[in-house]
Design a protein around this ligand. Structure first.
Ligand SMILES: *Cc1c(COP(=O)(O)O)cnc(C)c1O
Length: 495
């Protein structure tokens, strides 16, 4: 029996896993959710003996039920290989009593690699399975990390083109350099004169534009998404929380069945939702600490039950979390509304028209496993400084936001449960913010000088992802107004 995926905004619209991966978004702009979260069919004891790839298979086969064993194993083999610079894929490091799950050892040094290394394979397999003849155009909005990870994943993949929109003034210098130097005849990178939410809204609009879909089809194209709204992005992210638990078991930090807590630096709510899905699959997780930066719309939501994006968008040192519309929260809203797509559609409509919605007290109670906390820029910077000074471990800015949120959680809860912080990016990606947090004197230096300084003070090898862009040529320099995004897509596709 195949697991059914259903639209959060229309219970009539269903899809198989491969169809949902191909489409990305549902017809009405909703997201696909599985009718139920499957259980993991592996014992805790066996988990501790499995490799990352084996755990990936055990998790993904439950969600992607219309893939054959061979198809799925092929995808996994092609994704989790020597592209990662550690044998472990997602190693765990204990620093000052806390477990940092390092998710940045892939080819673009952000956790997005965990999912975007495999998404192209899942997508090409899905296209084959569904006899799709069109060329697939991956349309992506990025706050900095998804863009590069998706470009790296899809570069020169036959039958695909990838177009990435990023906020021209809203990403780190290294992030931008990573994207605009991307090779591959099928890759397109476009800056927009707007913020991430503008980029994401523009992309979502194109997805639900029926006239555009028709025009695309007439020219032999169809859209798909590499954003975490795609279920093919979300499912591979469940894996590392299962792996993290297995690691804690193996290291005797926990006995089977005892809970761990997780802290996730959150933007679009994809990563933390994957952790929540891991719990539904059977992994004992106590609290989900949802960490925000100064764009603390989620913190306020967990406090008050009102999601309100009517506020100033703040550019912070953790740009991948500079988001006011957390798309994946829609999947959670659908769930706590009792899998009621009509109710969910109403909330999302209110979000579009009024910029806000309020959930009932009953729904809010369903969220009590979540704890929202946020870090100011000052707190984030101080955390990087203090952890480095005390332990010599260098946190990236996003992970530092999570570390501050965890401190705040501990302070109010006194909870001593072993806790895993999702370490979502390498500090090399945000060298300027990281180095000036350690010592303001570094601000005077050039970006790549800072890379060398970071190497000196931390002893951590400079990742290939950084070495390869040092002298790379800029290949993409298009910048457009937000309202011209669709025009630019047509321009790229030549119609
Ligand atoms: C994307 C990203 C996040 C936010 O993850 P979401 O799944 O969007 O909540 C946090 N940190 C880094 C480094 C990221 O790239």
């Amino acid at each position: 029996m195949n697991l059914v995926y259903r639209s959060t905004r229309n219970s009539e619209e269903t899809a198989t896993a491969s169809e949902a991966i191909l489409k990305g978004l549902t017809n009405d702009g909703g997201l696909f959710v599985p009718d139920s979260i499957p259980k993991l069919q592996v014992s805790m004891d066996d988990l501790t003996k499995m490799s990352y790839g084996e755990i990936a298979y055990a998790v993904m086969k439950e969600f992607l039920t219309d893939f054959t064993e061979e198809e799925l194993k092929n995808c996994i083999r092609n994704a989790y290989d020597e592209k990662f610079d550690t044998e472990e894929i997602a190693p765990m490091v204990k620093v000052d009593g806390t477990y940092y799950l390092e998710l940045f050892h892939g080819s673009t040094i952000a956790f997005k690699d965990m999912a975007l290394s495999i998404l192209p394979h899942l997508l090409v397999t899905s296209a084959k399975k569904n006899h799709v003849e069109n060329e697939i155009v991956i349309l992506t909005a990025t706050s900095g990390d998804t863009g590069k990870a998706a470009l790296a994943g899809f570069a020169d993949v036959p039958g695909t083109k990838i177009i990435v929109f990023y906020p021209k003034a809203g990403v780190s210098p290294i992030q931008e350099k990573q994207m605009v130097t991307q090779k591959g005849d099928n890759t397109y990178v476009v800056g927009i004169k707007g913020n991430f939410d503008d980029a994401q809204t523009g992309v979502k609009k194109m997805f639900s534009n029926k006239d555009l879909a028709k025009e695309m089809a007439d020219h032999g194209y169809q859209f798909s998404s590499a954003n975490s709204i795609n279920i093919g992005r979300l499912v591979p992210q469940v894996v590392y929380y299962v792996k993290a638990y297995a690691t804690l078991l193996k290291e005797d930090v926990l006995k089977a069945g005892e809970p761990m807590n997780v802290v996730v630096p959150t933007g679009n709510f994809g990563n933390i939702l994957a952790a929540f899905y891991a719990k539904q699959m059977g992994i004992p997780i106590g609290k989900f600490v949802c960490a925000s930066n100064e764009n603390k719309v989620l913190f306020d939501f967990f406090q008050t039950g009102t999601y309100d994006r009517n506020r100033d968008f703040v550019l912070t040192s953790s740009p991948s979390m500079d988001i006011l519309i957390s798309s994946n929260l829609e999947r959670m809203i659908y769930r706590i509304a009792g899998n009621n797509s009509e109710k969910c559609a109403e909330f999302m409509k209110a979000l579009t028209t009024d910029g806000k919605y309020s959930i009932s007290d009953e729904m809010k109670t369903e969220l009590n496993e979540f704890f929202g906390a946020y870090a100011s820029e000052e707190e984030t910077s101080k955390k990087i400084h203090d952890v480095y000074t005390q332990t010599n471990y260098v946190l990236d800015t996003h992970t530092a936001v999570a570390a501050v949120a965890y401190d705040k959680y501990k302070e109010v809860s006194k909870d001593t449960t072993p806790t895993v912080i999702a370490s979502t990016a390498s500090p090399y990606k945000f060298t300027r913010s990281v180095m000036t947090a350690i010592d303001p004197k570094y601000d005077a230096k050039e970006d790549f000088e800072l890379v060398d300084e970071l190497n000196k003070i931390s002893g951590v090898k400079i990742p290939n992802a950084i070495e390869e862009i040092r002298s790379a040529k800029v290949l993409h320099d298009t910048v457009v107004e937000t309202e011209d995004m669709e025009k630019e897509v047509k321009n790229i596709l030549k119609f």
